[in-house]
Design a protein around this ligand. Sequence first.
Ligand SMILES: NC(=O)C1=CN([C@@H]2O[C@H](COP(=O)(O)OP(=O)(O)OC[C@H]3O[C@@H](n4cnc5c(N)ncnc54)[C@H](OP(=O)(O)O)[C@@H]3O)[C@@H](O)[C@H]2O)C=CC1
Ligand SMILES: O=C(O)C1=N[C@H](C(=O)O)C[C@H](O)C1
Length: 232
Amino acid sequence: MGLEVCKAVRAADDLDLVAAIDQGDDLEVAAGAEVLVDFTTPDAVMANLRWAIDRGVHVVVGTSGFSEQRLEQVRSWLADKPGTGVLIAPNFGIGAVLMMQFAARAARYFESAEIIEQHHPRKLDAPSGTATHTARLIGAARAEAGLAAMPDATKEEMSGARGTDIDGVRVHAVRAAGLVAHQEVLFGTQGETLTIRHDSLDRVSFMPGVLLAVRAVPERPGLTVGLDPLLD
Ligand SMILES: NC(=O)C1=CN([C@@H]2O[C@H](COP(=O)(O)OP(=O)(O)OC[C@H]3O[C@@H](n4cnc5c(N)ncnc54)[C@H](OP(=O)(O)O)[C@@H]3O)[C@@H](O)[C@H]2O)C=CC1
Ligand SMILES: O=C(O)C1=N[C@H](C(=O)O)C[C@H](O)C1
């Protein structure tokens, strides 16, 4: 993703690439930058955010693994830097953002909802940040609508067979060579199902969203979660 972002920034007439930083490089080479883009690992991202916020450098983050606790930590760092903006998005694909919005909208009308995410086998985390975020959106919409727990008579299961439970929604993670990033949200109720599917077939799919965020973040002090407010 880092290489793809560098390519996209170089190709944009209104943006300059100040530095490309790999593991072990000194972050100070980015000190003159207006915006830092982080696609690293859940272990590395918080230190990078701290470094940038301390210097008033705006940040766009695609790295996955953001719990509510981590978001709160970022908010507290930003409280001391009121002019600085951070945008963290579980997925920069415009189609993926719409898939999550459509899933959140559909959730209240169906008894059952399950998520199947599919990714390339080099991915370090499971389930994906996108699937986790989608499950939380569906869980919140179901709670707001007062829906009961989903029907499921399973009594005996082999470990992992029913995926993992995130806010009451089962999430299944597939890893296979040839895949890029894909997700299906399967809804079911009496006599009908609805499947909402998104496919990133190439990593260029994330670049319009990343560039949109890079251009917008200096004008958005504080923490923005997700690309949604930039698409309204
Ligand atoms: N929000 C979105 O739309 C998307 C999010 N992602 C997420 O982005 C992250 C990166 O994905 P991807 O590019 O596929 O992963 P990769 O493993 O291919 O790349 C991560 C890179 O970060 C480097 N790195 C690790 N620690 C640091 C550090 N402290 N400073 C600088 N660089 C560091 C790694 O170096 P080394 O190889 O030496 O370990 C590696 O080159 C993942 O969390 C993924 O889930 C991915 C795609 C889209
Ligand atoms: O690692 C990836 O590839 C991706 N990671 C993000 C996630 O965890 O949701 C976004 C997209 O699915 C690609």
